[in-house]
Design a protein around this ligand. Structure first.
Ligand code: UD1
Ligand code: CA
Length: 472
């Protein structure tokens, strides 16, 4: 006998009315990533992308665009008439597309994002072992309000007789504590057989997938429950902004714990915002109130001081990022020193052991090995060699109001403070720019360029002026 086949359906068509947000619920983010992407990532650890069916409906195109790279199928539920209706659409999709349905269907909720692949696999295995037609993942949170409740045959039995939604509970049933996580395994044929019998005869006027439990029991089939063993957070739903922020905090603490277990020091991790996909090597120290976002990767032996916000950037080994730096799609090589208050904008490449100091802004720049721009400078559209010193207040004038132009600065150049480099312009290796110059022409190697009004000095002039003013 060949082993049974499995597919995953993810319910993601709902609007998320309780969020009071224009954004579809499953595109709200935790750990820097939409809820739905977390669920798809977990599902992909259990089945192949081609066996994942994402049910979309409310703002379907927006949701599809957000997860298009995941290579899953999409089932469109144009009208959202409840979770049971969502699965009716999956059944119709299999028929319409002539895809043979899997033997078993794992159903996940797009708004239960912390679900782990191990748990999905555990329901699958329990479902097969029990020979059940429906297996329900449950939990016992301290406050079960809002969730569907599980009614077992008896407290010790794994068999379930019904799931009752919060709004349909009788007052004496509201203290029932075991909740339905909205995550299930079904024998596909059994599920598909019962879907047609669902009615909207309930408090919300919807077709409840949860009613399939009762229908299967009536038909003499086995429905079982398995309690999540990875803690309650794993199966918590995200129905309000407060709940989403709770899950976000749980996920980020988890990320921080994982990084600390790998040798990263994070002071006061509860104050840091570290996205789920961020990588940090051992012996790096993260101070309080740091944000590391998106696909940021930080090497070992770095120190990132408080209030720095680093988005989608690559940081080498032994880099010091002082307080309050902002990095966006930047690359920083080993041993560089940034800040305080440096702003590295996209396509900034900071070379090995280079220094970028306070109030320096860079954009589309390559700063060579050991070069320094330490104070109050704007470097945009520039290539700068190694061992070069950019003085305080130097500006690359890269924009003429219509087009951007390139500034090229060689190795071992000294650019005096408060110089304006009007691009396009080339400063040759070893050249020296006198402070306060406005450079509009290329400067050859080893030349001095001085482009400013010549100083005139009048001995005694200041004191005679004072005398004049006092007499009058
Ligand atoms: C659902 C369960 C409840 C369970 C809870 C767990 C039902 C009837 N109730 O309630 O027992 O305790 O999840 O979190 O299933 N969706 C669709 N199409 C629809 C309606 C919803 O795809 O027509 C999607 C939503 O986008 C969401 C998921 O299904 O991702 C669950 O829907 P939601 O309305 O949040 O259900 P709950 O009230 O939370
Ligand atoms: Ca929900």
């Amino acid at each position: 006998m060949s082993s049974p086949t499995f597919a995953v359906a993810i319910m993601a068509a709902g609007k998320g009315t309780r969020l009071k947000s224009k954004r579809p619920k499953v595109l709200h983010e935790i750990g820097g990533k939409p809820l739905l992407l977390h669920v798809i990532a977990a599902a992909k650890q259990v089945v192949q992308a081609g066996d994942i069916y994402v049910i979309v409906g409310h703002e379907a195109d927006r949701v599809k665009d957000a997860v298009a790279t995941e290579a899953t199928h999409f089932v469109v539920q144009a009208e959202q008439r409840g979770t049971g209706h969502a699965l009716q659409e999956v059944k119709a999709f299999f028929t319409a597309s002539a895809i043979t349905p899997p033997d078993h269907l794992l159903v996940l909720s797009g708004d239960v994002p912390l679900i782990r692949p191990e748990t999905i696999a555990a329901i699958r295995d329990f479902h097969l072992r029990e020979g059940a037609s429906m297996t329900i993942l449950t939990a016992i949170p301290s406050d079960p309000t809002g969730y569907g409740r599980i009614f077992r045959k008896s407290p010790e039995s794994s068999e379930v007789v019904a799931i009752v939604e919060q709004k349909d509970l009788k007052p004496q049933q509201r203290s029932m504590r075991e909740i339905n996580s909205g995550i299930y395994a079904f024998r596909t044929a059994s599920l598909f057989e019962q879907l047609g019998s669902l009615t909207a005869n309930n408090a919300q006027g919807e077709l409840y997938l949860t009613d399939v439990a009762m229908l299967l029991v009536k038909a003499g089939e086995k429905v079982v429950a398995i309690e999540a063993n990875g803690g309650v957070d794993e199966v918590l739903g995200a129905n309000t902004i407060a709940e989403i922020m709770h899950l976000d905090a749980a996920m980020r603490l988890d990320t921080a714990r994982r990084l600390m277990a790998q040798g990263v020091t994070i002071f006061r991790p509860e104050t840091c915002i570290v996205d789920a996909d961020v990588k940090i090597a051992a012996d790096t120290v993260i101070e309080p109130f740091v944000q590391l976002l998106g696909k940021t990767a930080v090497g070992g032996d770095c120190r990132i001081r408080s209030y720095s916000v680093i988005q989608d950037s690559t940081i080498g080994e032994g880099v010091t990022i002082r307080n309050g730096c902002i990095l966006d799609h930047a690359h920083v090589a080993d041993g560089a020193i940034l800040g305080p208050y440096a702003h590295l904008r996209p396509e900034s490449y900071i070379g090995e052991s280079a220094h970028v100091g306070n109030f320096v802004e860079t954009k589309k720049v390559r700063l060579g090995k050991g070069s320094k721009a330490n104070h109050l400078t704007y470097l945009g559209d520039a290539v700068i060699g190694s061992g070069t010193n950019i003085g305080a207040g130097v500006i690359t004038c890269n924009y003429d109001g219509v087009n951007k132009h390139q500034t090229t600065i060689g190795d071992n150049v000294f650019v005096g403070s408060d110089s304006a480099l009007v691009a396009p312009v080339v400063l040759g290796n070893g050249s020296l720019i006198a402070a306060g110059s406005v450079i509009t022409q290329d400067v050859p190697e080893d030349a001095l360029a001085i482009a400013r009004g010549r100083q005139e000095t009048k001995p005694g002039w200041a004191s005679s002026r004072r005398d004049r003013l006092r007499k009058s």
